[in-house]
Design a protein around this ligand. Structure first.
Ligand code: SF4
Length: 225
């Protein structure tokens, strides 16, 4: 059993410094804190290596790693980072250190405890992920104009579902204005970027087409490091 003064421990899949490949900050140098464990099993998941328990690290050790790159943005990702209770204290520490923090989350767990100022990049899982029924739509009310809402698309069916959500549900579900950035990201090998681009232009959608920049820079590796 942990003693009261034991340092908070987080299970980490990997820590690395690279170019941010996604979000509206794609292209910026970034410290990645990739935590292990995920409560979902999306059909297209490219991060299954994060499912088993990773290495135990204290929050102070993670902070020390991030401090090597003081000017970089910091992304806390997974797996699903909010599966671990000590993720919120980690986010608080990063905030105290004055870092610009991105939190990548799958949209299924409560965003209410996320500290103010952390930039949330939340997924809404489309039907072909197999995980739509796990989405917590109430999270939409916690998004701010600085946050991002991401739809990962595999098919025309996913696209039409996402467009319907954007046109019919988001204006009421999200109180904040302007709306968070809306990202459409095609699953490589399933949906051609050019096809998705044509659909977006045809429908004149106010969204951003997102390609995974790290996979373009480093096509020979899965993670881009
Ligand atoms: S939420 Fe992310 S890490 Fe978890 S199964 Fe889905 S794609 Fe994989």
């Amino acid at each position: 059993m942990a003693a009261a003064d034991d340092p908070p421990i987080i299970k980490v899949s990997e820590l690395f410094y690279s170019i941010q490949g996604e979000s509206i900050r794609a292209g910026q140098p970034c410290v990645f804190i990739r935590l292990s464990g995920c409560n979902l099993r999306c059909r297209y998941c490219d991060s299954q290596y994060t499912f088993p328990d990773g290495e135990s690290r204290s929050i102070s050790a993670i902070m020390a790693y991030a401090a090597h790159y003081p000017d970089a943005i910091v992304e806390v990702t997974g797996g699903e980072p909010l599966c671990q209770a000590n993720t919120i204290p980690l986010l608080r520490e990063l905030k105290k250190a004055g870092r610009t923090i991105l939190l990548e989350t799958n949209g299924s767990l409560d965003l209410a405890p996320v500290p103010e100022g952390v930039i949330k990049i939340m997924d809404l899982k489309c039907p072909d992920s197999g995980m739509t029924d796990k989405m917590r739509f109430a999270n939409l009310q916690h998004l701010t104009p600085d946050d991002e809402l991401k739809f990962v698309l595999t098919s025309r069916r996913d696209y039409e579902w996402a467009v319907d959500i954007i046109r019919r549900q988001l204006p009421e579900a999200i109180n904040t204005r302007p709306l968070p950035a809306l990202l459409f990201s095609p699953v490589p090998t399933k949906l051609e970027p050019a096809t998705l681009a044509a659909w977006i232009l045809e429908d004149q959608l106010p969204i951003r087409l997102q390609l995974q920049l790290h996979k373009i820079i480093w096509p020979q590796t899965e993670r881009g490091v």
